[in-house]
Every structure is written in C-alpha cells, then in structure tokens.
Write a new protein. Structure first.
Length: 170
C-alpha cells in the first residue's frame, strides 16, 4: 500500500538560492524521517513525489512561494487525519473499546483484534505518533499531529518553511 507523506521542515534561507533550499529541505526531510523505517514505511521514494508526481512535479513546496496554498496542504493533512479517526470510530461501533473492560477480561481472550487495531490507530493519531497512517511529520516539533500552533508558526515566519512530499509504502 502506498501513501503520500508530507514532511514539514524549517529552512534556513540565508545566502541560499532556491535550488539549494529545495535540495536542503528534501535532504532534511529524508534525514528526519529515516528512523521511522518499519513504523511509517518499509520503502519510500524521496527524490520525487513518486505516484503523486503529476500533482507535485517538484516534491518540495516552499511557503514563500505561496503561503495560502502551503497552509492548505497542511490543513488537508489535518482533515485527512480527522477522517481516519472517524473511520476507525465507525469500524468499532458496537464493539467494546472500553480499555478497563479489555484489561479486566484479559486481553488474550478478546475476540475482535481488528477493534484493538482501530483503537491503537486512534491513539497514535491523537497523540501525534508518526506512523504510516498519519501522512505527515513536523520535523520541527517531531510530531505527526497538525495543530493550530503548527499553522500559526508558519504564518509567523512565512518564508522559513518547506513541505516535502514522499511516496511511502508499507
């Protein structure tokens, strides 16, 4: 399964031309996320946006090139994560997800392991764990959670951010 991941990095724009900033952002995003091998990906394309290359011919977006579009890309991630959580909640409706009950009834005897997976994914997304299903990593805060503060930081320094698109597989 493939998924587009958006990696937010802060870029030092002093004495750099655009090409150098793009390459530095791409390398920073790759370096920041390489430790998530086998958690967020088992294979990835980092030189391009891979399967999403038609949408993102250059896999690095700079906030200074269009702040509104840049923020929309990040806000799309927030919507995606909320949709993921809603889907998980829908899948577990009618199944007990009460943690106390699961522990008291001995987790070994739980019949619906799919429900446990959904609860685990909800917890990962809510807590900002970087996993395949998060689709985003904030390299400045080391979190996969998009918050209002994320957007505000970008708006406060509109020329200092890059969003790097990678094609992940798991």
């Amino acid at each position: 399964m493939h998924a587009l991941h958006k990696i937010l990095v802060k870029v030092d724009q002093k004495s750099r031309d655009r090409e150098e900033m793009v390459e530095t952002a791409r390398q920073d995003a790759e370096d920041l996320t390489k430790g998530f091998y086998d958690r967020a990906f088992d294979w990835r394309e980092t030189d391009t946006a891979g399967r999403w290359s038609e949408v993102y011919p250059e896999n690095v977006l700079l906030s200074k090139d269009g702040l509104d579009e840049f923020i929309k890309e990040i806000d799309d991630v927030r919507k995606y994560q909320k949709d993921q959580i809603a889907m998980c909640l829908e899948r577990v409706s009618g199944v007990s997800t009460d943690l106390k009950e699961l522990v008291e009834n001995n987790i070994d005897k739980v019949q619906n392991f799919g429900a446990l997976f959904e609860v685990k994914l909800i917890a990962e997304l809510l807590s900002g764990d970087y996993v395949f299903d998060s689709g985003f990593f904030d390299g400045n805060w080391y979190s996969a959670k998009v918050t209002d503060e994320t957007i505000e930081r970008i708006k406060e320094e509109p020329d200092d951010w890059a969003l790097v698109m990678f094609d992940y597989h798991i």
